[in-house]
Design a protein around this ligand. Structure first.
Ligand code: MV4
Ligand code: CA
Length: 463
């Protein structure tokens, strides 16, 4: 096991990783930008190094500054958290090449191959993981799209090869839009991802978004830790994640979990990762019942990092995923079989963003945490790096905390979440806590029949 780990991140995930280190008697090193010199993750660490000014590109994203800090601290590993450099294959490769410093994550090769969507689709297809019907090679001219449309029908999704997350997808509803949409997909791919390669998929109109947590070691052991349902999104920003998915039957759960394991093994992936799927109701079945055994699921993409919502899986399985990451990176074998992974109860994670939901979720521009009274009690977990009196740092993303609630079933989880959200008292900055309270009483959410489009349609309509 490592002696000392540098956490190349900030906020709640930095503290989360440091807590795992503490439990393994590993000492912790924080890095911080000028804007974060009084931040919670700096307070928590055994030692801290300034890596530059507030601008992320000059601090948290500065490869050399981060590796220099690890050198100065004599750290023997780096954990990237999520965001920042977590999925940067070039940085991972630099850490792999840095003598005496271990990268806590998948190999840069695995990140590279899964980061390129067409390569990822080919790997999955060869591992018998269902992929959305489409092309595994890039397309370049309108005739190819029209031919695809002839064969598979419309709508068609045109996706940037370097895309992922919420970006890089154009929907073509009929042949007349092909030329313009292909053009703009290529242009955006070039602009955002420095890669104008695009590929095609049949566009699924009302999918659920299910993701499967994976852990894999360097001895060939691959386990799935169940699924999370992330269908409640706002403009591709997840706000509430939960598990298990109320929409899946046990049979479908097993199929999706095994598909994720096969795909990850085929990609020679190690450490923690998430395989995302789109699940489409079989034609003719109503939206308000669990997906039937003939529902279809399709591979979407792999997230080659620990995710914000990994906590949901931890609460249901009792497995500490971050400690598992450290142990896998240190060369340990996974010491449990797939059959030993148990799923108990239901968990929901609420992202606490410093945003004003009444102003279309505009991020807060500043403020002081005059009051910070997080909830507690049975089944309530708070992951944050905050204390009363903290100044809000607005240079990075707006998520300042996560509230994770566990209940014996989804109903108890919702009741307990309402109780916890009533207790949660933050004064001095706006947050989306009122939005979460509202969401929990929303009919569609309670019935769990919402799909990925629900929020955008609902909130846009209500505006
Ligand atoms: N063929 C096909 N059909 C429907 C899709 C619908 C989405 C999608 C659209 C809107 C919100 C979403 C939320 C979670 C997951 C996917 C979505 C989608 N995404 C959104 C960003 C990227 N991660 C992939 N790809 C899709 N692909
Ligand atoms: Ca190394």
């Amino acid at each position: 096991m490592f002696r000392k780990v540098l956490v190349a991140n900030r906020g709640e995930i930095a503290v989360r990783v440091m807590r795992a280190c503490e439990e393994l008697n590993v000492s912790t090193v924080a890095i911080y930008s000028e804007a974060d010199k009084d931040s919670g993750h700096v307070r928590y660490a055994d030692e801290a190094y300034n890596v530059g000014p507030a601008r992320a590109a000059d601090s948290y994203l500065d490869h050399e500054a981060v590796i220099d800090a690890a050198r100065k601290a004599d750290a023997d590993a780096i954990h990237p958290g999520y965001g920042f450099l977590a999925e940067n294959a070039e940085f991972a490769s630099k850490v792999e090449d840095a003598e005496g410093i271990t990268w806590i994550g998948p190999s840069s090769d695995a990140m590279e191959s899964l980061g390129e969507k067409t390569k990822a689709r080919t790997i999955m297809d060869e591992a018998d993981v269902p992929i959305v019907p489409g092309t595994t090679d890039p397309v370049t001219d309108p005739e190819e799209v029209e031919a695809f449309g002839e064969k598979h029908g419309y709508p068609i999704a045109i996706k940037a090869e370097g895309g992922g997350g919420g970006r890089g997808m154009k929907v073509v509803w009929d042949e007349s839009e092909v030329e313009d949409q292909l053009e703009s997909a290529q242009r955006e791919g070039e602009a955002y991802f420095d890669n104008d390669s695009v590929y095609l998929e049949r566009y699924l109109e009302n999918p659920r978004h299910i993701e499967v947590q994976i852990v894999a070691d360097s001895h060939g052991n691959v386990r799935h830790l169940g699924e999370r349902d992330c269908s409640l999104q706002r403009r591709h920003q997840k706000v509430i994640e939960e598990g298990p998915s109320a929409a899946l039957t046990d049979e479908l759960r097993e199929q999706i979990g095994e598909a994720a394991r096969r795909g990850v093994a085929a990609a020679e992936y190690t450490n923690a990762g998430t395989v995302e799927f789109l699940v489409e109701e079989a034609p003719g079945r109503g939206p308000d019942e669990p997906l039937g055994p003939d529902a279809n699921f399709y591979f979407l993409e792999v997230n080659t990092r620990i995710q914000v919502e990994h906590t949901v899986t931890e609460e249901i399985t009792g497995i500490d995923i971050v400690k598992r990451q450290l142990r896998i990176a240190a060369g340990e074998e996974i010491d449990f079989d797939q059959e030993e992974v148990e799923f108990d109860g239901h968990a929901i994670e609420f992202r606490i963003n410093a945003e004003n939901a009444a102003e279309d979720f505009a991020p807060a521009t500043g403020g002081t945490l005059e009051t910070y009274d997080p909830p507690g009690g049975i089944g309530v977990r708070m992951d944050d790096a905050l204390r009363q009196g903290d100044e809000l740092v607005t240079d990075y993303d707006s998520m300042i905390a996560k509230l994770i609630v566990w209940g014996e079933d989804r109903e108890e989880c919702i009741e307990r979440s309402l109780r916890a959200l009533r207790e949660y008292d933050i004064e001095g900055i706006p947050t989306i806590i009122p939005f979460h309270r509202l969401m929990l009483t929303d009919e569609e959410f309670v019935q769990s029949t919402h799909t990925t489009k629900y929020l955008d349609e609902e909130l846009d309509e209500s505006r």
